[in-house]
Ligand binder design. Sequence first.
Ligand SMILES: [Zn+2]
Length: 368
Amino acid sequence: MRPRGGLDTTPFGNARSCHHAAVPNLRFLRGYNDAVVLGLARSGAVTRVDLAERSGLTPQAVSKVVGRLIADGLLVESGTRNVGVGKPRTLLKLVADSRLALGAQVERDELRVVLTDLAGDVLDRAVAPLPADFAPETFVAELARLVDPLRDERLLGVGIGFVGPLDHRTGVVHDATALPKWHDVPLRELAEHRLGLPVVVDKDTNAAIVAESWRRGEEWRDAVLVLVGTGVGVGLLLDGRVHRGARTNAGEYGHTTIRLDGPRCVCGRTGCVEAVHNLAARAGDLAAATAVVGTAVADLVQLLDVDHVVLAGRAVLAEPEAYLAGVRAALPTAQWLPVAVGVTPLADDVVAAGAAMLVLSEFYGRPR
Ligand SMILES: [Zn+2]
């Protein structure tokens, strides 16, 4: 692992991709080939011959990379595979706990930090309340307080899933909705300075869809994740990639208009999905609240033709059956347009785990 000194102002990875990053970020690795070999080993035990075939590297290059990764404790030889003619080939396995990542979810009233291994499995977590209208300095201090007991020499970095709008490429939070002290705050720089670790910042909704897509593999290509917490937002997976948009600000779906004469929203507009939903939820009208989310999801399905919908966030986890019913009732009924709807199995950890996976994504490469 590369030692870190001072602030690195280079953008963290490719803003338009996540775990499908074609070019891994070399802040973590000695080289591209190491990342490609690790990326191939991530999906299961492989032989050196498999690695050469799938990576396009020469057998000699694979041998060298594998030797290095074994010496570093990232890969281990584990059993053999018979291939008919010739001697059995040695299998190589990724050592999941050889490196770790931290992920954080920042809600308007709570901070959650999880520790994951290279497989993305959550090993530990810490949760603390955040004061109302918290300032950047308060947040970074609280983040450090939760991260410090989880520190480990195997840590690759820290991912932060934050309330948008923000710029994923620069790590600057521009105007987080309903957090007035957050205007053009260089969160990544502040957090790296305080923690002394590489940091990646993304919207909470993007982190959440990264977590879902990481779990399900590459055949899961077109999906929306609807996060209903203190606000409403969506993460978009389109054609196998997280869709962040031109300013990495896609998914502010909570602030699209669902009722022209609707209530005033924290964003300054009226009749936003978030405002109409929260008003119904606060009044205890669960049927109305879930119908708003259902209608919003049906609109997204019409617009994007996604075939998977994942519901997440505190409000959903409190009433999962009601939200599922609200969404299912609103979806198109044509049999040739099936849409799978479910609640995230990662429950309260989905954003924080996804933020850690953003760090891990930079660790794995794919063949060019
Ligand atoms: Zn709004």
